[in-house]
Design a protein around this ligand. Structure first.
Ligand code: PLP
Length: 438
């Protein structure tokens, strides 16, 4: 088995991971492709001790990722040397701030291979991106009796905005089921699609199950039925290359803080012709062309959707995060993360009474589990004593918990800076939990 060679495109590595059986026979080789110790030096927080004693073992990357110096320093540089309000200033400093802000948009456009930077709307994050589409696309294109399809494994932020839209319009929300293993039922999806379907909203990578959904196939099927597609890329963008044109989707939403960038900034990608046809999301400064008490008219894309002073510094910080991420050897980073996930799963399977939640064939970075007879919150609290940070609860996916008939899970979620030693620390700490409770 050859690991990444210079002739292999990143997308052929993604393909190998999605159809992972062959790759899974070479987990040890996957782990040797990338040395996390060098990148760990880029993250100051990873050098800290929890309560001054235990090395930080940060396994909550699905909630938010840590920030490299490249991002921290870029924010500092912006505030020290470039800060002014954008777009309206005639003076040099305002021009500089505008240039770095619009430069960030270009960078993000390239990062997801959007056709044009005017298709990139800066938002507060995935949640706001989805709300923008539900509110604006919904107001124009969704009517009573229309249907919105979501998958059964969505985060609340890809459920509730659609429920609000359905309440306001009389449209109907329908749910695509998934199997016990965590795989989307594509036959059920096909049966649900009809001429009434206006939009399909689906996660690229589930934050509870780790499932990678076949978003290209979903998009093709939805388009054949005349429906639009929104992909929630919150958990995907920090782990794999993203190509919105390859997917073919109409909207793609993600958050900066889950891909090593700042909090409070994210992106909505939308197809130009759709964004042009959609009404503004919020009203205020910058989104208008003209205002009078009789009538206002709207600015061009992308400004029509960015009312008020934008989050300039964090957009610039997010661009620095994408530059940082792209400076890492991506094919080998992907192999490494895959190997680390399989290593973690194999070690966890040996913990007495532990059951993995989510075992889809195409899976990445998220490992949920339950321990027989021990509440996940107790697990999380005891692990914290060892400096091991995991998340416990419903992970903003209550319908997933209901479907699997569990109250909560414990979840370890990985990034490229995590190590085999950290997985071993997680397992050792879990064995302590068991010794305490049994
Ligand atoms: N979608 C998924 C799959 C997520 O995991 C999350 C956050 O955990 C969100 C959406 C919401 O992201 P944010 O809180 O950054 O808006």
């Amino acid at each position: 088995m050859n690991m990444a060679t210079t002739t292999m495109t990143e997308f052929s590595v993604v393909q190998q991971i999605l159809t992972g059986v062959e790759l899974d026979r070479h987990c040890a080789q996957c782990l040797s492709t990338f040395d996390p110790t060098t990148v760990r030096k880029d993250f100051p927080i990873l050098q800290t001790l929890v309560r001054g004693k235990k090395p930080l073992v940060y396994l909550d990357n699905g909630a938010t990722t840590q920030k490299p110096l490249a991002v921290i320093d870029r924010l500092k540089q912006y505030y020290e040397l470039e800060n002014a309000n954008v777009h309206r200033g005639v003076y040099q400093l305002s021009q500089l701030a505008t240039d770095v802000y619009e430069g960030a948009r270009e960078t993000l456009s390239r990062f997801i291979n959007a056709g044009k930077s005017r298709e990139i709307i800066f938002t507060r994050g995935t949640t706001e991106s989805i709300n923008l589409v539900a509110s604006s696309f919904g107001r124009k294109f969704v009517h009573a009796g229309d249907e919105i399809l979501v998958s059964g494994m969505e985060h609340h932020s890809n459920i509730v905005p659609w429920q609000l839209l359905c309440e306001a319009t009389g449209a109907i929300l329908k749910v695509i089921s998934f199997s016990e293993r965590g795989e989307l039922d594509m036959d059920a999806f096909s049966r649900l699609l009809s001429s009434r379907t206006r939009l399909v909203a689906v996660t690229h990578l589930s934050n509870v199950l780790g499932t990678i959904n076949p978003v290209e196939e979903i998009t093709e099927m939805a388009h054949q039925a005349g429906a639009r597609v929104l992909v929630d890329g919150a958990q995907w963008v920090g782990h794999f290359p993203t190509d919105v044109r390859r997917i073919g989707c109409d909207f793609y939403a993600f958050s900066g803080h889950k891909m090593f960038g700042p909090t409070g900034i994210g992106v909505l990608y939308g197809r130009e012709e759709l964004l042009e046809a959609m009404p503004p999301y919020q009203g205020g400064g910058d989104m208008i062309a003209t205002v009078s008490f009789e009538k206002s008219t709207w600015n061009d894309l992308p400004y029509k959707f960015e009312a008020g002073t934008p989050n300039i510094a964090d957009a610039v910080g997010l661009a620095a995060a994408t530059d940082y991420l792209r400076s890492i050897d991506f094919p080998n980073l992907m192999y490494y993360e895959h190997g680390l996930m399989r290593y973690a799963e194999n070690r966890l399977r040996q913990v007495p009474g532990l059951r993995l939640i989510g075992e889809a064939g195409s899976k990445s970075s998220v490992i949920s589990f339950v321990l027989e007879g021990i509440h996940p919150h107790d697990i999380g609290t005891i692990l914290d004593g060892d400096g091991v940070c995991i998340r416990t609860g419903h992970h903003c996916c209550q319908p997933v918990m209901d479907k699997l008939d569990i109250p909560a899970t414990a979840r370890a979620s990985l990034a490229f800076y995590n190590t085999v030693a950290e997985i071993d620390a997680l397992v050792a700490s879990l064995n302590k939990v068991i010794a305490m409770f049994r």
